[in-house]
Ligand binder design. Structure first.
Ligand code: FES
Ligand code: FE2
Length: 337
């Protein structure tokens, strides 16, 4: 069962064009298209006439036209034309999902439309703000979506999965501080006088120890995890909010279930330093390979789980954030009735 009364990232804004895009989300076929006025629209990918996928239709001035018998649906999902007759049957409509387009991403709400509230979406300004340099992509990942959430929320994996880039010993020694903020789970690790993750050591030029931090916020009702991570020169006061001598990276992970064993991973990684430096850009854009290391691990994990989904697991103390996250999602699912 999925949390349905939630936003999920459906697509990058630039993936949604006048050519309909078929995408399976939460095990449902969805078609995404851009209406003549520019609005990103999401329909169930099923024509109400004979269930042809609307994704093989085309966008015309008045809406999305089914590729089978030409019924046309306006951006609200109402049929506005049946080419073979004058009258439009009163029940001729398709399901339209609420969408929000913001900071280069399009979110979809697949639960009760009455509950769709844009205020749930956290601010992700770093995706497209001029004083941030961002890279991003979408990966199709062959694992249950919660395994991909787990690996993002568990910072102790970095030392082993990303030893040459994000891993540092500090993450193993400093316990995470977890807190609940309504339906958002927050976590921070503040590592004073610690070994910087190699990617930050390269980007900052800091030799030796630094003040290092990793903070994340998981918002299940927006389908995303946001990260604030970085390094600062020792004693520069970063833990008191002074980032004058700090190198900051803000990341977003939008994780959207596709099937029980696959998901979509939308991600953005942005920095606020050395914006025009091609060497630093190359270093920081290497985060893509880092995230592909995550993908390799969770896909391998899924392959083993397929051989015994109910085999018991052993928990360790570092699992507290992922266990808390699953409890939160379970509670929200139970509450949606
Ligand atoms: S199936 Fe869509 S118009 Fe007939
Ligand atoms: Fe990772």
């Amino acid at each position: 069962m999925y949390l349905r009364n939630a936003w999920y990232v459906a697509a990058w804004g630039n993936e949604i064009t006048q050519k309909p895009l078929a995408r399976q989300l939460l095990e449902e076929p969805v078609v995404l298209w851009r209406a003549a006025g520019g609005t990103a629209v999401a329909f169930e990918d099923r024509c109400c006439h004979r269930h042809a996928p609307l994704s093989v239709g085309k966008v015309i001035e008045t809406g999305l036209q089914c590729g089978y018998h030409g019924l046309t649906f306006d951006p609200d999902g109402n049929c506005v034309d049946v080419p073979s007759q004058d009258r439009v049957p009163p029940d001729a409509r398709v399901r339209r999902y609420p969408t929000v387009e913001r900071n280069d991403w399009v979110w979809i709400w697949m639960g009760d439309p009455e509950e769709a509230d844009e205020a749930i979406l956290p601010d992700t300004y770093w995706h497209d703000a001029p004083d941030w340099q961002a890279v991003g992509d979408r990966f199709h990942v062959r694992c249950h979506y919660q395994a991909l959430i787990d690996i993002q929320l568990d910072n102790t994996h970095s030392r082993f999965v990303h030893p040459d880039t994000l891993g540092n010993d500090g993450s193993l020694r400093h316990s995470p501080k977890i807190s609940r903020d309504g339906d958002i789970l927050r976590n921070h690790r503040r590592m004073a006088d610690s070994d910087p993750p190699p990617i930050f050591a390269r980007a900052s030029g800091i030799n030796g120890n630094a003040d290092v931090w990793v903070e994340w916020a998981y918002t299940p009702r927006a389908g995303i995890i946001t990260f604030d991570a970085g390094v600062a020169e020792l004693g520069s006061g970063v833990f008191d909010g002074n980032r004058d001598r700090a190198w900051t990276m803000l990341n977003t992970h939008g994780i959207t279930p596709e099937t029980p064993t696959t998901c979509h991973h939308f991600w953005v990684s942005a920095r606020d330093f050395s914006l025009d430096d091609p060497e630093i850009h190359k270093t920081m854009a290497g985060i893509r390979e880092v995230f592909l290391e995550d993908v390799a691990m969770v896909e391998a994990q899924q392959r083993i789980r397929n051989h015994g989904p109910d085999v018991p697991q052993v928990d360790i103390a570092a699992d507290v954030p992922t266990i808390q996250a699953r409890k939160l999602v379970d509670r929200l699912i139970a509450g949606q009735g």
